[in-house]
Structure formats: structure tokens, C-alpha cells
Design a protein around this ligand. Structure first.
Ligand code: G1P
Length: 272
């Protein structure tokens, strides 16, 4: 039922400067593969074949990574190492790109996906957040969407309350284990968080989200926040949050990035 995924990768990566001045955060390596590889893998595992990546200036490394490299393939064949081509990703995925000319917030980026999405629900996957069992999580979110046909937002419980300031935060009523009907939704920075449930970069959204984004006024720094569009929608319709208990790492945080690197490296050793 969910055939399409949108991956915003147009941000400046200001939390990770200076490296992000020339290396997109989405290309940060994790056990030899860029972070974005795992996100596309997650979508593929959930049966999604149509992907739109929103890029911007300086992000061509992303486009090159998912492209066929005829010279490299030729070179590897000549060297007698064609097996190394097995690492080249996703021949059966259809990946397209749209370029965002100016960083106008997550809402501004998602808005560019409207022609791609058309009139169907889609998954929105933020490449900052890497889930170790991402496929399982995404499938669970899709199942929740299939029941309610309403937006479903991934949530992460943050034990360290000081971290809540860095995320959107929700508050609501538990209607099933791991499932919250959201009553309040606030974009970062949140001074007095109403709960310890942070918005994680996984969403299943119906296409009506675009009209809410269009009528959302820009907030801080002229950025249009997706959270604000969802908050406006919440006034007239239900929105659900699914607590994600699987291991999740925010790669824009150095400590979590290093932890994830180590974990994936060990996983790789285990499979050898
Ligand atoms: C976005 C959302 C924020 C959410 C976060 C999760 O922020 O606006 O509500 O908590 O993703 O990664 P960004 O990281 O794009 O600034």
C-alpha cells in the first residue's frame, strides 16, 4: 500500500560543521556504506521501490553513489574483480531527485515532493535517524497506517531529558501498547517538554499533508516546519505516534554516530 518514500537530504548539516561543508551528512560512512544506503535499504525492505531524494547544492556525492558507474564496472572487470560490483546498490529501485534551491526547513523540503507523491500516502524517512531494525519498524508503522489511514509519526522515548530540546516533542493518550493518539505536538526547541516522547525521523503521511504545509507560516529563520503543519492538522483530525523501541541512532550526534559505527562493524564481523 505504501509504494513511495521521500528522503530529505538538502540540509546544510550545520550541527556537523565543518565536515559537512563538503561532505553531506547523509554520506557519513557506517561500516563502509554511507548512512543513506541504510535508509534506502530500509525502504526496499518494506517493499518500497519508488524513492525521491531531496538534494541541494553540494550534494552530488549522493546522486553519484546511487548511479551506475560504467568506468568503475569496466575497471573491475578488467582487474578480474567483478564480485566487488555486488556492493553497488539497488538495481531494482527507482530513485529520483529534486533539488531544493534554499534551505527552507523540513516542511519546505517535503513540499517539493508533491508532484512525485501524487495522491497516495508515502513514507518520509529522515536520514539523520538510523534504526538498526529499520525494516521491521517501518513495516509496523505502515500496518498502523493501514488501520487508521491517518498520519503516523515515529517516536523515541528519551531518558536524558536534556536531549528533548533538540527534537519535536509530542504528548497524547496511549491507545495500545506503543501507540499514542497525539494531543499536542511541538517543534524544537521545546522549553518545557510535555512528555519524554521525541519525534523521530520516520513518518507515514497521507497526501493531504501538502495543503497543510502550504498554509503553514515560516517560523524561525524563515523555515517551514513539518511539525507545525501536522499540528494544524491535529485540530481537525487524529494523528498517531508509534513508539519505536528498537535501537535508534541520531548520526548528527557524535557519540551516537560512534556507537552505531562500532555496532555495525561488529555485526559485519559476525556475518563473516
Ligand atoms: C526534524 C523535525 C523534528 C524531529 C527531527 C527528528 O528536525 O523537525 O521535529 O524531532 O527531525 O530527527 P531536523 O533534524 O530536520 O532539524
Amino acid at each position: 500500500m505504501i509504494r513511495k518514500a521521500v528522503i530529505p537530504a538538502a540540509g546544510y548539516g550545520t550541527r556537523n560543521l565543518p565536515v559537512t561543508k563538503s561532505v553531506p551528512k547523509e554520506m557519513f560512512p557506517i561500516s563502509g556504506k554511507p548512512a543513506l544506503h541504510y535508509i534506502v535499504e530500509e525502504a526496499a525492505g518494506a517493499g518500497i521501490r519508488e524513492i525521491l531524494i531531496i538534494v541541494s547544492r553540494g550534494k552530488n556525492a549522493i546522486i553519484d553513489y546511487f548511479d551506475k558507474s560504467v568506468e568503475l564496472e569496466h575497471h573491475l572487470r578488467k582487474q578480474g574483480k567483478p564480485h566487488l560490483m555486488n556492493h553497488f546498490p539497488f538495481p531494482d529501485m527507482h530513485i529520483q531527485y529534486v533539488r531544493q534551491p534554499e534551505a527552507l526547513g523540513l516542511g519546505g523540503a517535503v513540499r517539493l515532493a508533491e508532484p512525485f507523491v501524487g495522491n497516495e500516502p508515502f513514507a518520509l524517512l529522515l536520514p539523520d535517524d538510523l534504526l538498526v531494525d529499520g525494516v521491521e519498524t517501518l513495516n509496523r508503522m505502515i500496518r498502523v497506517y493501514e488501520v487508521y489511514k491517518r498520519p503516523v509519526i515515529g517516536l523515541r522515548r528519551l531518558e536524558d531529558k536534556s536531549q528533548l530540546r533538540n527534537y519535536g516533542v509530542v504528548q497524547g493518550e496511549w491507545i495500545a501498547p506503543s501507540l499514542v493518539q497525539i494531543a499536542e505536538l511541538i517543534e524544537k526547541p521545546v522549553d518545557k517538554p510535555p512528555s519524554d516522547l521525541a519525534v523521530l525521523g520516520r513518518y507515514i503521511l497521507p497526501p493531504e499533508i501538502f495543503s497543510y504545509i502550504k498554509s503553514t507560516k515560516p517560523g524561525n529563520g524563515g523555515e517551514v516546519q513539518l511539525t507545525d503543519a501536522l499540528r494544524a492538522w491535529l485540530q481537525t483530525a487524529a494523528i498517531y505516534g508509534m513508539e519505536i523501541k528498537e535501537q535508534c541512532y541520531d548520526i548528527s550526534k557524535t557519540n551516537e554516530y560512534i556507537e552505531l559505527q562500532w555496532l555495525m562493524y561488529q555485526k559485519q564481523l559476525d556475518t563473516k
